[in-house]
Structures are given as structure tokens and as C-alpha cells.
Write a protein that binds this ligand. Structure first.
Ligand code: SF4
Length: 278
């Protein structure tokens, strides 16, 4: 199998790309996403939400490579044998790359680790997600943007999830650049158009020092069930994930601002978390 851009052996299928063109494709897609959606520029101070996993590590690596002013912010939820390990990867990576990194912990902020908080619950993500976002907002104050490692798979899952739950406030916040909310640093997603498998291939072939393991609580989440369904559907109907992500973006951009504000206020009144797609 040959690379579709040159005669070299392809190391990746659909699109068929050799190593060199895989790197070019991934980097070009991220550059294009930043430009096309006007996510930020070289004057902005960017806080990258990092974890030691493949998505956020690749993101901060690329933004630094492209010459942006970045710092890493990591949340230590206190998940034994998972987060302690991924943070070791992260510390090593940031040190090697000369990237400033701040780590803040649930234990210091809330007095308990996530492991201590969720002993009795079946759904740890429901407790963890809002706390993560609260801390990200708090500790990114002073930056112009927060960049997160959400990729195309994450985005399509979020659109599907918000449709199924009829969560209009969050559905209306789909897309690579969330609306500005007073008191919050604006969030952007430079990996928005990249499928997860491309992120995996890039980080692996570049030899980036990342933890490929996933959070052990992930398996119990509603999002994980959506993920499995979408992966199956994508394998028989390629393009499903992109179509869902772009549909969410279209709903966001085409919806009248006043309607979005109403949905947003209703959601706040109902006590929903409206700062991010969960
Ligand atoms: S998968 Fe769930 S429990 Fe694990 S870090 Fe993410 S939100 Fe927290």
C-alpha cells in the first residue's frame, strides 16, 4: 500500500499516508483549524489543559512548535494508579520541552481526592467533570484562552449525548470555539477536526512521551456507551463523526443569539453545568 501523496510505503490507512505525510496532514489540519475558526493568535497567552494523555500532550507540543505562547495546567483528581502515573509522563514531557506546568489537586482544593469522593457512587464522572471544569476556570484566570485536547471523536460524542439528553444549552455551545461567558476564560479546541485514531498515530510515531491508558472510571460513563455506538456506526458509515460535529457547529452558529441566551439562562436556573460539553 502506497502513500496517496508520494510513492513511499503508507503507514496509515484512510487516508493512506506515509510517515512524513501523516505528520504534515495532522499539523496542517491543526493549523487550518486555528486559522479557519480564528481560535487565537501569537499575541494570546494560552493555557493548555493537559493530563499526560495523548490528546493534550500532542496539542501543547504542536502549539509550542507553531510558536504560540503556551503553559500547561493539569488537574490531579486523585485517581490512584492512573492519574499519578499520567502526571509523571506529563512532568517529564514538559521538562524535556521546556514548557511551564502547573498542577493543582482536588485534595488541596476540596479536601478529598476523587477516589475518596466516589466510593459509593456508580458514576464518578458526574462528580468529577464539574469539579475539573471549576478548577480549570479558576486556575486559568489571567490567560486569554484555554485550549483543550478535544478531538473529533469527543466532539461528535458530545453532540450525540446532548441531543439524546435534550440539553439545548450545551448543544448550542458546540464547535471549536465556545462563546465567551463573563467571568470565564474562553475555551477553544484546536484538535476539533482530527479523529482520535490520527492523534494516536501521530503521538505514537513521533515518539511523544504520553500515557495511552484511559481513566478507569470511563467505562461506567454514558459517554462511553455513546462512543462505542458511534465507533460502530462510523465503521459502516464513514464520515458520521464529522457530520455530527459539523451539525452541532451549524446549530450553534445559525441559532439566533437571543435564543441561545434564553436556553443558557434556563439551564443555569435549572442548575445545569453549562461551561462545557460533558
Ligand atoms: S473519565 Fe470521568 S472520572 Fe476520569 S478524569 Fe474524566 S471525568 Fe474524571
Amino acid at each position: 500500500m502506497k502513500c496517496e501523496k508520494c510513492n513511499e510505503k503508507a503507514v496509515y490507512r484512510n487516508p493512506d499516508l506515509c510517515r512524513t505525510h501523516l505528520f504534515k496532514y495532522v499539523e496542517g489540519t491543526v493549523r487550518q483549524t486555528i486559522r479557519q475558526y480564528n481560535l487565537f493568535d501569537k499575541k494570546d497567552k494560552i493555557c493548555v489543559a493537559v493530563s499526560g494523555g495523548k490528546d493534550s500532550t500532542m496539542l501543547i507540543y504542536l502549539l509550542k512548535k507553531f510558536g504560540y505562547d503556551v503553559e500547561g495546567l493539569a488537574i490531579d483528581e486523585g485517581i490512584k494508579r492512573y492519574r499519578d502515573k499520567s502526571l509523571e509522563f506529563l512532568k517529564r514531557f514538559c521538562k524535556e520541552q521546556g514548557i511551564k506546568l502547573k498542577i493543582v489537586a482536588y485534595k488541596d482544593e476540596y479536601g478529598r481526592t476523587l477516589d475518596e469522593m466516589v466510593k459509593t457512587t456508580k458514576y464518578p464522572c458526574a462528580a468529577c467533570g464539574p469539579l475539573r471544569r471549576e478548577m480549570l476556570n479558576k486556575y486559568s484566570k489571567g490567560f486569554d484562552k484555554i485550549a483543550t485536547g478535544h478531538n473529533l471523536d469527543d466532539e461528535s460524542q458530545a453532540v450525540m449525548l446532548n441531543l439524546i439528553k435534550n440539553n439545548m444549552a450545551l448543544l448550542l455551545r458546540s464547535g471549536p470555539k465556545l462563546d465567551k461567558i463573563e467571568g470565564f476564560v474562553q475555551r477553544v479546541k484546536p484538535l476539533y477536526l482530527l479523529p482520535e485514531r490520527l492523534v494516536r498515530a501521530y503521538t505514537f510515531m513521533k515518539g511523544l512521551d504520553v500515557d495511552f491508558e484511559e481513566c478507569p472510571h470511563m467505562t461506567n460513563s454514558f459517554r462511553n456507551r455513546i462512543r462505542q455506538v458511534l465507533n460502530k456506526y462510523e465503521s459502516v458509515n464513514p464520515g458520521t463523526k464529522m457530520a455530527l460535529a459539523l451539525a452541532g457547529e451549524g446549530v450553534n452558529f445559525k441559532t439566533h443569539k437571543e435564543f441561545k441566551n434564553q436556553a443558557f439562562s434556563k439551564s443555569i436556573t435549572a442548575g445545569n453545568d453549562v461551561t462545557e460539553n460533558v
